[in-house]
Design a protein around this ligand. Structure first.
Ligand code: GTP
Ligand code: MG
Length: 179
């Protein structure tokens, strides 16, 4: 049986913990702690170490799902969590002040990992803020050497996150799809 690891990252409140909760086939492990500075993000808790869940694919493959903390003060976890990973899901929150800046920051922070694996981008909270559009994200990415899938997703919706993970897997080495 094949087992793979993918990593979810992105800024505070983008929905990493929620997304792993939505798609995991086992009760996820969370390390959320109450933080007083979280109220501005419409939530009471923030991830301080990692999230962990498992997604069982139809063909018996297991995808181990790791979520990073969004806060930079816990960024020492980022390199630890990517070890052995085959791809990155970058979640962005469309209601944040400058989602393009967030995108560039995380693409830069994970550039070594992305270069050796792959990345797919999910934009959350588009129901609350419809701009920038997915097209705007594609245009923004034209200046980079990356061509990731970019989807509008709601982290609370299992099928949205599942499609995003499938898009990531398809963008990786096709050998994986035949395994
Ligand atoms: N309206 C709306 N809410 C969403 C959407 N996606 C996620 N959320 C909500 O946004 C919040 C995301 O919180 P978390 O999952 O804790 O975010 P996180 O990325 O793990 O944040 P940190 O661990 O603090 O870095 C939750 O309250 C979700 O219910 C969306 O598409 N629309
Ligand atoms: Mg979290």
């Amino acid at each position: 049986m094949s087992q793979y690891k993918i990593i979810f990252t992105g800024p505070v409140g983008a929905g990493k913990t929620t997304a792993i909760d939505s798609i995991s086939d086992v009760p996820p492990v969370k390390t959320d702690a109450v933080a007083s500075d979280m109220t501005k993000n419409r939530k009471a808790a923030t991830t301080v170490a990692m999230d962990y869940g498992i997604m069982n694919l139809d063909d018996g493959e297991k995808i181990h799902l790791y979520g990073t903390p969004g806060q930079e003060r816990f960024d020492f976890m980022w390199d630890i969590l990517t070890v052995g990973g085959i791809g990155l899901v970058l979640l962005l929150d469309n209601t944040r002040a400058d989602p393009f800046k967030d995108m560039q920051f995380f693409l830069d922070s994970f550039s070594d990992f992305i270069a050796s694996s792959g990345v797919a981008i999910g934009v959350t909270q588009m129901d609350l803020s419809s701009k920038p559009t997915i097209d705007d994200y594609h245009k923004q990415l034209q200046g980079t050497n990356l061509k990731p899938a970019v989807f509008s997703v709601d982290a609370r919706v299992k099928s949205d996150i599942s499609l995003l993970v499938q898009a990531l897997l398809f963008s990786l080495d096709p050998v994986l799809e035949e395994a």
